[in-house]
Ligand binder design. Structure first.
Ligand SMILES: [Zn+2]
Length: 73
């Protein structure tokens, strides 16, 4: 039984270029979103939601870049 689910993020993973991300089914705002392919920590769920609303573009890319740099992995 899986307790996580995959979704497609408009911004690609900076490590492997995949758009497929994974988040817990609970989807708390502070839940971590990981790349489904290389498992890198990308951002938090509330940030992913913002990017999903905005769609692809420089604003979304900047948000993800900032989140990735903050996690530092
Ligand atoms: Zn990745």
């Amino acid at each position: 039984m899986s307790l996580s689910e995959d979704f497609r993020l408009p911004v690609a993973c900076p490590s492997c270029g995949s758009h497929l991300m994974r988040v817990s089914q609970v989807k708390n705002p502070d839940d971590e979103v990981h790349c489904a392919s290389c498992h890198r920590l990308i951002c938090l769920w509330h940030e992913a939601q913002t990017v999903l609303k905005k769609g692809p573009g420089s604003e979304s890319e900047a948000l993800i870049e900032k989140a990735v740099n903050r996690t530092g992995n």
